[in-house]
Design a binder for this molecule. Sequence first.
Ligand SMILES: [Zn+2]
Ligand SMILES: [Zn+2]
Length: 255
Amino acid sequence: MIRFCSLGSGSSGNALVVEIGQTRLLVDCGFSMQELERRLARIQLSPEQFDAVLVTHEHADHIGSTGPLSRRYGLTVYTSPGTRIAARDNRFAHIQELQADQPFAIDDAWVHPFTVPHDSREPTQFTITDGAHRLVLMTDAGHISRHMVDIADRADALLLECNHDPAMLQAGPYPPSLKRRINGGYGHLPNHAATDLLQRMDQSRLRHVVGMHLSSDNNREELAREALAQGLGCALHETEIATQDEGFAWRSTAA
Ligand SMILES: [Zn+2]
Ligand SMILES: [Zn+2]
């Protein structure tokens, strides 16, 4: 059984908690130490109760206080060589370099890092499995690659970016260069890409889908819900969205 919850999702900070057996992982730490501890306290946890931290890429909303966290609590950081280089100011106490598409174990958890098209040095997103069920985290991707569809196939739980509505992005307050960055193929997934991925993948095992990393300026929750509902063939009220402030509550692959 995999248990997982989000402490917050969006461009102001991301962190995901994953538990398998006796193993507890933090995926990304895009908050200050104080804010991370405050959010962990909401679920009666503290940083010393974690076994390791996985970092997807060096953008501040993901790497945040990973360095101080690692040093203060002696946590090993798992990340790609490129992310390590790009994050050189964020000194880690212990580091374990990972390679895309080379699965590895952290105690009871199996982790499969996979590549996504995103404008950072060497980003990887993660599949985490207990052997029976598979959780797929898929955010910070500029478009849906064939590889991402393969990874999503037959997932039990999918945490999928629904970053923006293209019309809202175009009409919105961002400068042209930032608009181009976001929708240029190596930025962030628009709502309709989430629909597209869901329609292309094998959904036969899919029990949990949560819309992630919504833009506060260029998206609205109901638009992301519509995109997920269309991709899943379900009603709007059955869709789930992670928020910047709350993330989402515990769920489990056994439920
Ligand atoms: Zn991000
Ligand atoms: Zn990013």
